[in-house]
Write a protein that binds this ligand. Sequence first.
Ligand code: SF4
Length: 280
Amino acid sequence: MDEAVSLGVKSLWFLGAHENTLNPNYLRLLEAAEKRGLFTVTFSNGAPFGDDVIAKKIFGMSAENFTKTVASFSRSSVIIKCDSLKLETQNLLARNKNARQQIKKAIQNAKKTELWSPGINGLPRFGLNSVLTSHNYGDVANIFQFCLENKLAYFCDALLSSGAATKEENLAPISKQVKITLKKIKHVLQSFEMDLPPEMVVNFYDQKCILFDNYIFIIHDGRILPCAGFPENSSILGHVNEGLTVLWEKKSKMISTYYKHCSFIPNKCPCRAHLENHLI
Ligand code: SF4
């Protein structure tokens, strides 16, 4: 973190295929970030925020107190993965029969804390995040509406052809389902008098990515990926032991390669150009 601060890093994001909040050091990491003036954004499936058994086992406190502790770090924000408001769909997508209940409780607990208020910079400190699939295409607009009603952040991503998406058949929505989703989102936007194209609410990985130029992704074992959308097995930049300065030089080379050789690919951000065209 000290090295990151000296390089000008402003925020740490805890995200990825693993549930970072299950790490017993998680609260210590938030504390260390806070001390250094770093903002943190945690993407979570809601586990210790909404399940007393998990919070007790790892942190020795209730889920409500765990959420309060996270909220007590003024620079922390939390985004809970929520794919559907329907119990069966959510549990199926999370492959966890307790998922919907956990998410509901996590939202209730967050509501009792400062996470529910805007943060230092006026931006929301709490939000939800969905991945659009053939199972939840009818529900995404309702989650978006819930976020607008409560002034929460909302992130919705299309499926990337990596990880679980490549293993599970029929998970990707067909174009008719995407159209239905966008129509419903448009309706929500109109009801809030927001003059935005609905396509802007879903990340289709189809435009210039401002994040790609600004971060590196550290896996739990210290290996480095160019960003979260690159698969672990084929896109390692190095190891965190090399130091962030060296790693950022490597990443910078990759960024310039992308703009030199790949920006002719229409409608694909770097991770899609990598996954579908094997160009970087
Ligand atoms: S390149 Fe793709 S996966 Fe990487 S940060 Fe951008 S949108 Fe996300």
